[in-house]
Design a protein around this ligand. Structure first.
Ligand code: FAD
Ligand code: MLT
Ligand code: ZN
Length: 475
């Protein structure tokens, strides 16, 4: 299936032999999985759109074990696919052919937490939601949050440079990650696991691995800055009559809410239809063409609710917003967030999903959705737009009953050309993985691509780490 849809040829890596399996068993007693039933889940991606045929999954517990595995694979010319929670959206987390799956599942130990600075140091396989719970019990929060929190690993988050729902407030992992430990393709352990806020000693090497999608090294441990847990959190879920009003509400929110604005997400009416029909969630507001979720986080409840009331009063009286609801308690807060967070789950129940994750000038964000709806007509089941509007990030998704090559031909390269004309990004936060590695040049010049290829050759001269991913196939 994968090879038909995405033409690709296996590179001349070795095939895992019984001798290799015995060597792995010596490095990881009990950590070598060859049971086809267990392997099935690790060979298929979350969206169920790509499938590999790996025969072996390795589960190390320590960085030293990862180093020994990679040293061995490098010597034997065996290809390796690093895998975290396997929630990636671009087919990067599963093998394309028979690459060895190197899973961080058992690397789930917190190494240290400093309750003065809020610095968390942990192994790469810690599940995001578990880390959130851990730091929240200590009065802090993780600087990132995403719908996949229950499964994704912090190492996978760093490897994809995941954006998510708190990006507007706390910024990118390029800022919040303070240090990394990475095992390079030849088994060298690169210990840059410091917890310093400021450190200008030479090139900042950790940045190279943030967003490198497992192609430059295996992240084994992460040091990350956690902000204090806000004492007051409010969520407003609002209906807007048009996209112009969505934008104006954002401007007004920035102005009136100021420093307490912590998220500004949007979804269109078709998204609401999907979550109410496929997931049986109830809409808390009257039907509208658009919905926005506004979150505030601050240190004093009274101050925040006063500001939020002013903002809502203005938005309602000026017609920017036609209906809305506000939540402050945990249960209702979570229910409002679910409407937005679970859109991707609802989409995957709708049929085959064509997924685009674009950075565009915010004013033009929705033009592409309307344009495509007209272009595709009845070929598509749904054409929807949602995403992190506050960060200029549109999730444009199209569904059809089953995969259709003609629908795909109407979508690509059209979507990428449209984005390139706006000098946008063809991957805002999901990465390129396997499915999008061919479109990098829509957002980066040839000089940048060449330098990326040189870096890859320097760090992984045999190309054993996540082959067929991120960078386009070389002629
Ligand atoms: P995987 O899917 O296992 O791997 C992803 C990539 O990282 C692969 O290329 C893999 O080889 C590599 N990798 C994994 N671990 C390591 C490691 N230790 N060292 C080196 N390379 C590694 N993304 C966003 O940015 N924002 C969102 O809001 C968001 N929401 C999501 C919601 C849902 C419901 C789902 C299913 C996904 C969502 N994603 C989102 C996609 C996002 O990329 C992943 O959820 C997450 O960051 C990947 O983590 P993971 O542990 O599952 O990694
Ligand atoms: C989201 O913001 O919901 C995620 O990035 C997942 C998706 O795009 O479907
Ligand atoms: Zn997203």
């Amino acid at each position: 299936l994968t090879q038909q849809r995405y033409p690709v040829t296996r590179l001349p890596f070795s095939v895992v032999s019984s001798e290799d399996l015995a060597a792995f068993e010596r490095i990881l007693p009990g950590g070598v999985v060859t049971d086809p039933e267990v392997l099935e889940a690790s060979n298929v991606d979350w969206l169920r759109t790509v499938r590999g045929c790996s025969k072996v999954l390795l589960r190390p517990r320590t960085s030293q074990e990862v180093a020994r595995i990679l040293r061995y694979c490098h010597e034997k010319n065996l290809a390796v696919n690093p895998q975290g929670g396997n929630t990636g959206m671009v087919g990067g987390s599963v093998p394309v052919f028979d690459e060895i799956i190197l899973s961080t599942t058992l690397m789930n130990r917190v190494i240290s937490f400093n309750s003065v600075s809020g610095t968390l140091v942990c192994q790469a396989g810690c599940v995001l939601e578990e880390l959130s719970r851990y730091v929240e019990e200590r009065g802090f929060v993780m600087p990132l949050d995403l719908g996949a929190k229950g499964s994704c690993h912090i190492g996978g988050n760093v490897a994809t440079n995941a954006g998510g729902l708190r990006f507007l407030r706390y910024g990118s992992l390029h800022g919040t990650v303070l240090g990394l430990e990475v095992v390079l393709a030849d088994g060298t352990v690169l210990d840059c696991l410091t917890s310093l806020r400021k450190d200008n000693t030479g090139y900042d090497l950790k940045q190279l691995f943030i967003g490198s999608e497992g192609t430059l090294g295996v992240i084994t441990a992460v040091s990350i800055q956690c902000p204090p847990k806000p004492r007051a959190v409010n969520v407003a879920f609002l209906g807007c009559p048009g996209f112009a009003e969505v934008l104006q509400t954002f401007s007004s929110g920035k102005e009136l809410l100021g420093e307490i604005l912590s998220a500004y997400e949007f979804m269109d009416a078709e998204c609401m239809w999907l979550v109410t029909h496929h997931l049986r969630l109830a809409s808390p507001v009257q039907e509208s063409p658009f919905y926005v979720l506004v979150e505030t986080s601050g240190s004093r409840a009274g101050h925040d609710s006063e500001k939020l009331s002013d903002f809502l009063e203005q938005a309602l009286s000026s017609g920017l917003v036609t209906d809305g609801t506000v939540a402050t308690d945990q249960t209702r807060l979570k229910a409002l967030w679910a409407l937005r967070e679970r859109i991707s789950e609802a989409l995957s129940r709708d049929g085959y999903v064509y997924k685009y994750d674009l950075s565009l000038p915010t004013e033009r964000l929705y033009d592409l959705v309307s344009d495509l709806r007209a272009r595709l007509g009845s070929q598509a089941k749904h054409v929807v737009g949602y995403g992190h509007l506050g960060d200029g990030n549109l999730h444009l998704n199209v569904t059809s009953e089953a995969f259709s090559p003609s629908l795909l031909a109407d979508l690509e390269p059209y979507v990428y050309e449209w984005t390139a004309r706006q000098r946008g990004s063809v991957s805002a936060e999901h990465g390129l993985g396997f499915k999008k590695r061919g479109v990098l040049s829509y957002s980066k010049p040839p000089e940048a691509l060449r330098l990326m290829q040189q870096l890859k050759a320097l760090l992984d001269p045999k190309g054993i780490l996540n082959p067929y991913k991120t960078l386009p196939a070389q002629a």
